[in-house]
Design a protein around this ligand. Sequence first.
Ligand code: ADP
Length: 857
Amino acid sequence: MAKHDQEFEDRLNQEYDLKGRTRMACYLSLALYAVFIGLDAVYTPQYFMTFLFLRLTVMVAVGGILYLLTKTETSRALMNLALTLALIDAAGIAVMIYILGGFLTSYYQGLNIIVMGMIVLIPLAFRYTLYLYVSVWFMYAAPSIAKYLLGQKATVVDGVPIATWRFVINNLTFLTSIIVVGAIGSSYMESIRRRELRSRLQLEGMTAQLQESNVKLKSLDELKTQFFANVNHELRTPLTLMLAPLKAVLESRMGKLSPALKDTCETMQRNGYKLLKLINNLLDLSKLEEGKMRLKVKAVNLIDFIPPLLASVKPLADQRQIRLYYQHPPHPVELTLDPDQFEKVVFNLLSNALKFTNKGGKITVYVEERDHTAIMTVEDTGIGIPANMLESIFDRFSQVDGSKSRAQEGTGIGLALAREIVEVHKGQIHAESELGRGSRFIVELHKGEEHFDEAILDRRSEDLPIGLRRRLTDTEEPRVQDIVTDFRRLQLVDLEKVDLEGGRVDEAKVHDALILCIDDNPEVLKLMKMLLSDEFDLELVTSAEKGLKFVRAKNPDLVLCDVMMPGMDGHAFSRTIKADEALKHIPIILVTARTGAEMINEGLQAGADDYISKPFDSTELKARIRSQLRLRQMESEMALMNKNLRVRTSDLVEQQRSLFLSTVKSLASAIDAKDEYTRHHSTRVTDFSLKLAAKMGFSEKELGDLELAALLHDVGKIAVPESILNKPGKLTDEEFKLIKEHPARGESILSPVVELKEIGRVVRSHHERYDGTGYPDRLKGQEIPLGARIMTIADTYDSITSERPYRKAASHRYAVKEIISCSGTQFDPEVVGHFLEIAGAFVQDKDQEKEPGTNGV
Ligand code: ADP
């Protein structure tokens, strides 16, 4: 049997007290055996002594079992003992039945007692019961059948003789039936016992789990309470200890303050208050959630309760040009409430109304009285709340606009706290609103005192004047305590307007870098000013839109920009700057309170150059600014150097080219000099070719190339002996062949110079003919490089109009006629067309050249 099953069996026997019940069965069997001695005396006096002996023997055996029971623990051994007990009892009775005549005696009833007794008394496993019952049946049947076969066959009952077999049938039927019923009962009872135990075990498991979670919860709860106690002391106490002396400093009780120092101290104080407000709200909320908030209720006239609160927010409302109204019944409205706590509710609603109402708006507080309740409503003409948010704004940290471009600061705790406070007062709060037109927050409180739970009422201490009141957990000095309880000041601290110009000192300084700082929170701008103004010129603006204007107008050296701002946010700002060719060089450092890889990634993708998170360290901020500025300076120096380099390189190229050209020109004149008849030929061909090419729309570069090609077109003639070049009269075939080699030789002279490869091709082709009958390659039509097609015309024109050793110079008209007649055979008709359009210019050139002297050379 598996360990688990064994455990289950042991547990089963333990649960149903197998041992105890077996013991009880032993006692019963002893008692019955003893009692039945009396029956023997009356019913079977003839066997009295025999039966007495028998009974005592059984009783001793039962005594033995009782003894063994004290030694036995395992459930199997216990079962065996219980079974043995039953068998011994049955055996004793079986012997007596045999002696008394088997089926004829009524002693078999004893066996019935055992059969039924076992089911009722001992929770025996079914297989044991079965084993017992079969044994009992045989113990009865075997001796009785033996007796029947040996003994009398009939007996006389009440004077009537009855055959013994009738008793056999009768008794066996009863015994068998009772055994069957007993067996079914036993099996049924066993399955009930098992099922019951299983459910009990399950229940135990669950209870254990529950207990465990309970313990865990308790310890968590303790930790939470401990944590908040720590927050109270570890955060609030040091903070108040910082704020208390600051107050004294600001009141000039520690000496006169310079404007800059005063301004800085005010910033510190304001932000300390903000932090304190947040901590206080969180603490209150946690107390409420834990059910630890106790109310110090007293009777208050609601009508008088509101005006001091309105008076507190009035300066802020004036600053924002928001009008305040108060409407109430002419008679007092008495309510029982905790004034400190309820003040928080009203203040929260008022400060939200101020926060979300634009300039020129209005806020109205209404007080109404009903039969059993009083209603206070704070109504504004502000931005309103979307219908689907009217419920959820009361949840912790919930805000209608939680985006990074939201216009208002806040944590989303105020309304959650207000609702909790109203609910411990057993009142109700809800909001109604029309988007864009305004919102109403309605608080309904019960009159009287009966509705308060006694448990949440704090009746321990008497009311003290506010300044001296202490919380039970606080141990600070009264002055510090004043700060903690200066709830009104704390509540409105978010809304206070910050004077950006305050404490301005060092206007005259001029630095070498102008930095634009953009942040919707003036406090942060002031901080940046304090940290950076000694090193940089700063411009502070409160929105990205203003920043963009400034960047366009003043081209600052760097921009520090907040990410979360109303309107255009930092990412959009970066994108706009980086998309503008004229501005994209300006480095942008994004400054934000939200960190996380995704946010940084988004910023950098928007084009920001660097990222710094709040709260920032001034050294780090400066280091980053300097590194960006350095980087940018290096970039612009590099760009300048690049530009210079480019200019110098192109100068060099130009120089090289002109050097090369002059070399080429001298080469060309060397050729011309070799051939006295063709003197200046190359120069003229070049001029003509260039005119023609310019007419055909050649680019600057193409013209340059053509110029070289034209100058050098006869460079191959260097390889032709002067005697042949200057030979008067007809050339031999051999000589002509040599002359015809000059285009190819020209190309091979030029080919080693890479830049001249293309020019070499043109030179090679300048004796090709349009119809494909030229030399050296017999190129045809467009296969001939265009430069060559132009040059052949210029060359032919110049040859015809120049004197040669073998003929006189012909006239311009003749040359033009010749060229026209060879259009399509020797020349490209299209180039010829262009030539004809400008041929007039050619003749002028020719004439000018002739005029000064040589007279037709
Ligand atoms: P917080 O003002 O600190 O963000 P609250 O819990 O006081 O937190 O308010 C939750 C949100 O409910 C606010 O962020 C704002 O979106 C909305 N809200 C509250 N009061 C008003 C109001 N009078 N007009 C418009 N919206 C409001």
